[in-house]
Design a protein around this ligand. Structure first.
Ligand code: ATP
Length: 210
């Protein structure tokens, strides 16, 4: 009878806006990791026909739903930002759905050596830290974050700063890290080399016991 594969190492990948999470996730996928993108899951749940849309309409009314049937993310963000009860209600609807979908996608990686959960707000949400074996933080300076997001998305400096301020500080994030990739002052080729080294270090850990 063939032996079952060892359980995958579960990595929580996080970092501030524009730190390079998606780039690192792509590089890890190139090594054979299965990447579960929680932002993409949240977007799917709230797109036209998405599974979370009916509950969000019931909870917050038609004003948070766009004519095409998707969640008006900006309107929802404003409501949640202004009212903590609103934010909790939103989380009570979305988080269990995101969790279920995340588990479902992670099961597809049962034979992968590593499953990477890309969770921008991993440290903020708290609940992720116990679900993964290791937390990987992609780190860079605020100036670098701003330069990248302005270049990539055409945002204003102030808009990027506002998001950075709403996220946990660089120091708080680093306190939760088991692994850190410093993605600053280097090009993507050098980042790829750092990811190679990290991947080898994970391999040297052996299979997780739980
Ligand atoms: P967000 O939080 O906004 O989703 P992110 O953390 O996933 O961002 P990426 O999308 O990976 O960050 O990177 C932001 C931008 O910076 C991208 O355009 C990416 O190509 C670029 N970038 C990331 N790392 C480097 C690097 N070392 N050298 C040059 N460009 C980089």
């Amino acid at each position: 009878m063939p032996l079952a594969p060892p359980p995958p190492l579960r990595i929580g990948l996080t970092g501030g806006i524009g730190s390079g999470k998606s780039t690192v996730a792509r590089l890890l996928a190139g090594h054979g990791a299965l990447v579960v993108d929680t932002d993409a899951i949240a977007r799917r749940l709230t797109q036209p026909g998405g599974a979370a849309v009916p509950a969000l309409r019931t909870a917050f009314g038609d004003s948070v739903i766009r004519p095409d049937g998707s969640l008006d993310r900006q309107q929802m963000r404003q409501l949640a930002f202004a009212d903590v009860l609103c934010r909790r209600r939103l989380e009570a609807i979305l988080h269990p759905m995101i969790s279920d979908e995340t588990q479902r996608e992670a099961l597809a990686g049962i034979a992968a050596p590593v499953v990477v959960f890309d969770v921008p707000l991993l440290v903020e949400s708290g609940r992720w830290v116990d679900l993964v074996h290791r937390v990987l933080v992609v780190d860079c300076s605020e100036d670098t974050q701003i330069a990248r997001v302005v270049r990539r998305s055409g945002w204003t400096v102030d808009a990027v700063r506002a998001v950075i301020e709403a996220q946990v500080s660089r120091e708080q994030r680093l306190l939760k890290a088991n692994d850190v990739l410093l993605n600053d002052g280097i090009d993507e080729a050098e980042l790829a080399q750092r990811v190679d080294v990290l991947w080898q270090s994970w391999k040297a850990l052996g299979a997780p016991t739980v």
